[in-house]
Design a protein around this ligand. Structure first.
Ligand code: FAD
Length: 453
């Protein structure tokens, strides 16, 4: 009945079930027990159709799981307890692109990479750059408030959202925000939807702010002897008042695993690497590069100017997959420490993993204190997977005790749900739940995710 009725709303070829829907039963979380069992996957061809599907689900008490590109790393887009997945992959219209006003209005299913290219081709910059940009969609980026290397200088996705078109319960299609540069007339509902991970409503289109393209961009790879020198180097960059567009770190173990694919030579004495990227006018970039070299030269084992910056980023973006290959499996947690406590956080994470008998490594967006803290596991060993889960729990306690967050940029999703109370005071958790009830009185939007206890 469900498939038949939904077919009446969007056309039978746009409602998938059984084998045809199997690819939607997982996201990029990998082997962490995140397996869905969607009753149907619906691919609406317009926001009005999406609203009709939400209205049908709401009327029939059927769970709604919004889905973008399925690159999420927390199981957020997976229908763990069944229900209807609404995939935005057919919502791909570019509604407006106005280069002279630095803005673009696109539907939710446009890929992040396409948004970046459109901006570039029109002399502009869309600054957010989460790693899986060819697969992830702008709706998914907004729903997770995605970050990436350049969040250091330019902020996370939400900083570039001027307004949203959304479907809210019980099937209402409406616009939040808009192009006005200032608007304090109401509560900031747009910001509430940003980062809500599909638990408050379905995003169907996004108004994006853009920047004029930077004239030049250059990167340096600074190899240092150890973690202490590496973390000190990143703090020194900030203390000197420099504003790199990215300041990434790769610890010694990760560097060992990635060394073979590095587009250059990793020095034998290197036990830590910092990638610093700078942008601006040609003269600003030249001045920043020489200031960085002067500042970090004495502490560094070597400083390299990569000949091919794109190859450098491909290498860096491939870290996730290459590290997984080291032992056949890994469990990574995306956490953030206050930046001045990054060194302590990394050291104590390593100790926790060691105590549980697992090799560990870390890399991430160092300037933000954002760590992808990973333990390497044999994916067929239940004992190792249990130990990895125990490491994760201790890591979360550590992060909270140091004033960081258990979710930096990948969200809470299903994997980390139930942990809000560990980080937030009880009254704040209750406010989260009241907000959820206000937007979604029947609790049908992405149940079991984010705010679930
Ligand atoms: C190799 C790799 C590198 C990555 N690098 C980064 C990185 O650097 N920074 C970073 O932040 N993340 C990164 N990620 C994680 C992931 O790409 C981001 O979380 C991304 O924003 C998810 O977008 P998506 O379209 O794939 O969303 P999905 O995975 O489909 O969904 C993610 C969540 O958003 C919700 N959602 C999706 N679309 C909508 C919508 N239209 N309306 C309402 N809710 C919606 C879903 O319900 C789910 O809860 C990486 C992932 C991979 C695999």
């Amino acid at each position: 009945m469900l498939v038949g009725e939904l077919s009446g709303l969007v056309g039978g070829e746009h409602v998938l079930s059984g084998e045809a829907a199997a690819a939607y039963d997982r996201d990029a979380t990998g082997r962490r027990g995140v397996e869905g069992r969607a009753d149907a996957v619906v691919l609406p061809g317009s926001p009005a159709q999406a609203a009709a599907v939400v209205a049908w689900c709401y009327e029939h008490d059927v769970a709604i799981v919004p889905r973008g590109g399925g690159t999420g790393l927390t199981g957020g887009a997976v229908a763990i307890a069944g229900g209807v997945i609404i995939s935005t992959e057919r919502l791909r219209a570019i509604r407006e692109l106005t280069p002279e006003l630095w803005r673009m209005y696109v539907e939710a299913g446009v890929s992040t990479g396409h948004v970046q290219r459109l901006a570039r081709e029109n002399g502009l910059l869309f600054a957010p750059d989460p790693g899986a940009s060819e697969q992830s969609q702008i709706g998914g980026n907004v729903a997770t408030n995605a970050g990436g290397p350049h969040a250091l200088k330019y902020g996370v996705t939400g900083a570039w959202v001027a307004g949203l078109e959304v479907v809210l319960a019980p099937g209402e299609l409406l616009e939040l925000g808009g192009w006005a540069k200032k608007d304090v007339a109401g509560y900031d509902l747009t910001s509430l939807i940003v980062g809500s991970e599909g638990t408050l409503g379905l995003i169907t289109a996004v108004r994006l702010r853009l920047l004029p393209a930077r004239e030049a961009t250059e990167a340096l790879v600074v190899f240092l002897e150890d973690r202490k020198r590496g973390c000190e180097a990143m703090l020194a960059v900030m203390a000197a008042g420099m504003e790199p567009s990215a300041l990434e770190f790769i610890d010694g173990v990760t560097l060992g695993i990635l060394a073979e694919g590095y587009p250059g030579e990793v020095p034998a004495r290197a036990g830590f690497a910092v990638i610093a990227e700078v942008d601006g006018s040609r003269s600003e970039v030249a001045a920043q590069l020489s200031a960085l070299e002067e500042l970090l030269g004495a502490a560094a084992v070597a400083i390299e100017h990569p000949a091919d910056r794109q190859a450098l980023w491909r290498w860096r973006d491939g870290a996730n997959g290459t590290v997984t290959g080291a032992r056949g499996g890994k469990v990574s947690e995306d956490v953030v420490f206050p930046v001045e406590l990054l060194e302590e956080g990394l050291e104590r994470f390593e100790e926790i993993a060691e105590r549980h008998g697992l090799p560990s490594c870390s890399w991430g967006h160092g300037g933000d204190g954002n760590v992808h803290a990973s333990v390497l596991v044999d994916p067929l060993s239940d004992a190792e997977l249990d130990a990895a889960a125990a490491v994760g729990e201790e890591l979360f306690e550590l992060v909270i005790s140091l004033g960081g967050s258990i979710a930096a940029e990948h969200g809470i999703g299903w994997l980390k749900s139930g942990r809000l109370a560990a980080q937030w005071p009880a009254a704040a958790v209750e406010f989260h739940e009241q907000i959820k009830r206000t937007f979604d009185p029947k609790g049908l939007f992405n149940p079991g995710k984010k705010v679930a206890r």
